[in-house]
Design a protein around this ligand. Sequence first.
Ligand SMILES: [Zn+2]
Length: 251
Amino acid sequence: MIDNHVHVGWYSDGYHSPIQIWKEMRDAGIEQIAVSSTSTCAELYKLVVQEMRCLIRLGGENVHPILWVTPRMLKTWGIRYMLHSKIHWQGLKMHWAAHREWYYNKKLTNVAIDIAQKMNIPVLLHTGESKECQPFNYETICKEHSNTSFIFAHGRPISQTIEVMKHCNNVYVDTAFMPVGNVIKLVHEGFLERILFGTDIPINTLFYNKTSSEYAKDCLKQLSTVLNKSQFEIITNKQIYKSHTIYSQKI
Ligand SMILES: [Zn+2]
């Protein structure tokens, strides 16, 4: 079982340490995680690398590190530091609502996507209701980079997500904070193989009075009640972030 949307690091409610995150996942029975650091938003690049190293020490190949990029990282020493950190990044994440420059600065956005393309890793894009991060914004980029896989985190709004997935075979979606009704819609559209299980742990602790492991167990339980066994297994074992052959040190 893999959780494809996990975070570590500083967030508005405090610090979520690698050990704490790893323990929560194990307690929930989740073996593998694809993880990015929210410390990135404070531009704490050295801390991000330390957090990833710590998680890899704990989980080895069961930890799939995602490089969350920011406009500032790309304009400073940050990106070289991240790419030369010897972390074998398996995905690249962008959050167009948190960093609105991606929405306006097409040139810089293309620099980021080119890095992912050269490393042969997928791009994780936050989606949501605000105008900067709606799936329709991403359609042209997904079409222009048809050899790169894109994952729409949360798949919001679902109607736009479905529309873009119909037009672009290289688009996937994760279930972080997704109502199960939307998971069903995606399955009915024939996208079973393009759905990745995700929780957004530990962001859940801001909204629900539960530990992250309890929250993950709840997510899995809800999915298991609306899906049949084989559908459940496909979604909860779907992997897209994998170790790649082109090491970032060469870029
Ligand atoms: Zn997230």
